[in-house]
Design a protein around this ligand. Structure first.
Ligand SMILES: Nc1nc2c(ncn2[C@@H]2O[C@H](COP(=O)(O)OP(=O)(O)OP(=O)(O)O)[C@@H](O)[C@H]2O)c(=O)[nH]1
Ligand SMILES: [Mg+2]
Length: 300
């Protein structure tokens, strides 16, 4: 485990797939935990802590959340050990099946009880899957309760955006990857203006809902950057009137203070007048002429 540790966790098939891909880009700064009843989620996952739920011959919990939940509770001693050093848990899951629906809130609750900050990203099923939607709907309040921030990803929107790019929505959920990577690197790397977990805590502790934004684009077009952040596949996204915002802005070597200011301005203009804004900035060699913004907006 890393110091001051950040844990990226995937729960269920979709969650594990996304967590692995997201973790690939930030493995120096975060650990990876995969939780599933389906062994296929652990194939070639050499750098991960793997927690198989139930007997190893099974292929998931076949849309039986109660079964997954009881398996998860039985693994409590193991997860207790893994969660002990964790300060930030980034939990990825898809609701509507068995494992993600039944086990994700239990893991989140345990992490929170251990003092970790919990950010959950939960995909809601496609709208043409009513039975899965009902399961997801029933599970969501418990995950929200167990998380400091819980954002809902719409699979319909994600799939639509992936189709536009000619990509496979399951494997190429680049939005999820960028967001996780953005948050981990924001907190894990030394920047020009440093953000840390205390800043994140300060922002998410505002009462009300919170959401996460991520965008990458041309450094000279801050407005377009903001619009692309709003075009995320999050369900029910709104940022107007928020009372707090943590903003991490990354750019290439030639990024100027004026550019940082314009981007910060575009992202914070719609917030309430007395809002708390915490700003971080960092040079990233790979971002020549481009900027990447990760924002946590709260008090909605
Ligand atoms: N249509 C479609 N939906 C999918 C697919 N994969 C995942 N989903 C959706 O994502 C949700 C979560 O899926 P998984 O992560 O595979 O489910 P799980 O948590 O592993 O659950 P079990 O396998 O039932 O134990 C499901 O309820 C579906 O709505 C897919 O290949 N096609
Ligand atoms: Mg599964």
């Amino acid at each position: 485990m890393h110091d001051g540790s950040i844990l990226v966790a995937g729960v269920g098939g979709l969650g594990c797939l996304w967590a692995r891909r997201a973790h690939d880009n930030c493995s120096d700064y975060a650990d990876l935990l995969l939780v599933d009843a389906d062994e296929r989620s652990f194939e070639d996952a050499r750098h991960a802590h793997c927690l198989p739920l139930g007997d190893t011959s099974s292929q998931g919990c076949a849309a039986l959340p109660e079964l997954a939940e009881s398996h998860m509770r039985r693994a409590k001693q193991l997860t207790e050990q893994m969660l002990a050093p964790v300060e930030l848990l980034l939990l990825l899951t898809g609701l509507g099946g068995g494992v993600g629906t039944g086990a994700s809130h239990a893991l989140a609750a345990q992490a929170k009880q251990n003092g970790a900050l919990v950010l959950s990203i939960a995909a809601s099923p496609f709208e043409d899957q009513p039975a899965r939607c009902d399961l997801a709907q029933a599970a969501l309040p418990r995950l929200e309760e167990a998380s400091d921030v819980c954002v809902r990803l719409s699979l319909d929107r994600l799939a639509w955006q992936a189709r536009e790019r000619g990509a496979d929505w399951r494997r190429d959920a680049s939005w999820v990857e960028e967001l996780v990577q953005g948050i981990v690197l924001t907190l894990g790397r030394v920047g020009l203006i440093n953000l840390d977990l205390m800043d994140l805590r300060a922002v998410v502790s505002h009462t009300g809902e919170a959401t996460l934004l991520v965008a990458e684009g041309d450094a000279t077009e801050p407005e377009a950057l903001f619009r692309s952040a709003l075009a995320s596949p999050l369900a029910g996204l709104k940022v107007e009137g928020a009372s707090a915002c943590l903003l991490q802005i990354e750019g290439g070597r030639r990024m100027t203070v004026a550019q940082v200011n314009s981007v910060a301005d575009a992202f914070t203009r719609g917030l309430s007048d007395d809002s708390q804004v915490i700003l971080g900035a960092r040079m990233a060699d790979e971002l020549d002429g481009r900027m990447r913004v990760v924002a946590v907006v709260s008090g909605l």
